[in-house]
Design a protein around this ligand. Structure first.
Ligand SMILES: CCCCC/C=C\C/C=C\CCCCCCCC(=O)SCCNC(=O)CCNC(=O)[C@H](O)C(C)(C)COP(=O)(O)OP(=O)(O)OC[C@H]1O[C@@H](n2cnc3c(N)ncnc32)[C@H](O)[C@@H]1OP(=O)(O)O
Ligand SMILES: CCCCCCCC/C=C\CCCCCCCC(=O)OC[C@@H](O)COP(=O)(O)O
Length: 252
């Protein structure tokens, strides 16, 4: 029998290998079908990534997909626990939706290439000014190009079973473009995935797409309130989905 540490390392290495190999095989398909960097490639990437869950015994139980059916663009915000999130992302990703990612992801070989081809917007987290400039540009183009933008407002991975405080970029973006915010919550992975405990087994992930929060008429003065409201709703949902109702009560 393998030790938990070896078992964990093998499973994570296999996940990374799957990502690297699938990206190398999918990139030429994206180039042939769509000719270059475009959000249309996300449909191809999604089809491939949706098969990954079977290798790891993961099941997704999704509710509220109808909440994505808003007219035109929107900002989607969700909790970010692990590199495994890419499976959960592709499980629910609506058409014409790009993600905001850290620019370091560009330098991960074939994975960087596929992420680039899928139209991911890269930001430099070390420079607030440049990140804000990129986000302001996105606010302009998302309306003209009719795309949704997926942001992880915690700004980094966090697998503690709770949320980190939200950064405000996504909410500035929503107010600048006057588009709704759609929160998406994934239940905590902690029962089946915990790198500190070398835990990575099969498991079930509950996903809930919450009703859109309108931003029409809001100004930059309202961004903090909008951020807080979204944070509270998502935290309550996270605890409800993950089975920690007492903590949800304490936070309200
Ligand atoms: C086929 C096989 C495939 C194999 C599988 C592989 C992959 C699948 C394919 C594709 C999927 C790719 C998915 C990629 C996911 C990547 C996920 C990530 O990388 S998460 C990390 C990066 N994302 C983020 O950081 C987003 C969240 N962060 C923010 O929104 C931040 O606010 C920020 C804009 C980045 C700026 O952050 P910074 O820390 O520098 O500053 P603050 O947030 O503290 O803000 C300072 C200050 O400025 C105000 N502010 C912020 N933004 C704006 C704005 N746009 N306009 C005006 N003002 C702004 C903010 O309010 C603060 O002011 P104050 O404190 O007064 O409120
Ligand atoms: C030639 C270079 C070769 C490098 C090989 C690297 C191989 C990488 C392999 C697999 C990675 C698959 C992961 C898919 C994308 C994951 C996106 C992601 O989850 O990024 C983390 C980011 O959101 C937050 O970063 P931090 O938590 O702040 O850190």
């Amino acid at each position: 029998e393998l030790s938990p540490a070896v078992n964990f390392a093998l499973r994570i290495s296999f996940y990374c290998l799957l990502c690297v190999v699938s990206s190398a095989l999918t990139a030429p398909v994206c180039l042939l079908v769509n000719g270059g960097r475009t959000v249309k490639n996300m449909r191809i990437i999604k089809t491939v990534v949706k098969t990954f869950k079977y290798f790891f015994g993961l099941r997704f139980e999704v509710k509220g997909l109808e909440n994505f059916k808003v007219e035109g663009p929107a900002i989607i915000v969700s909790n970010h626990q692990s590199i495994l999130d890419m499976m959960g992302l592709m499980e629910v990703l609506p058409d014409d939706c790009v993600q905001v990612g850290k620019k370091e992801l560009m330098y991960t070989g074939s994975v960087g290439l596929i992420i680039y081809l899928g139209g991911v917007i890269f930001i430099n987290r070390k420079s607030t000014t440049s990140a804000k400039m990129v986000m302001a540009e996105v606010a302009k183009t998302m309306t003209t190009e009719n795309v949704k933008v997926w942001v992880y407002p915690e700004g980094t991975r966090n697998c503690t079973g709770d949320l980190l405080p939200f950064k405000k970029g996504a909410f500035h973006l929503a107010v600048q473009a006057q588009v709704p915010v759609i929160p998406v919550v994934y239940s905590s992975f902690t029962t089946f995935y915990n790198p500190k405990k070398n835990l990575f087994t099969s498991g079930k992930i509950k996903v809930e797409v919450l009703p859109p929060i309108e931003t029409k008429g809001l100004t930059s003065d309202d961004v903090s309130d909008l951020t807080d409201r979204c944070f509270r709703t998502m935290r309550e949902t996270l605890f409800r989905l993950s089975g920690h109702p007492s903590e949800a009560k304490e936070s309200s």
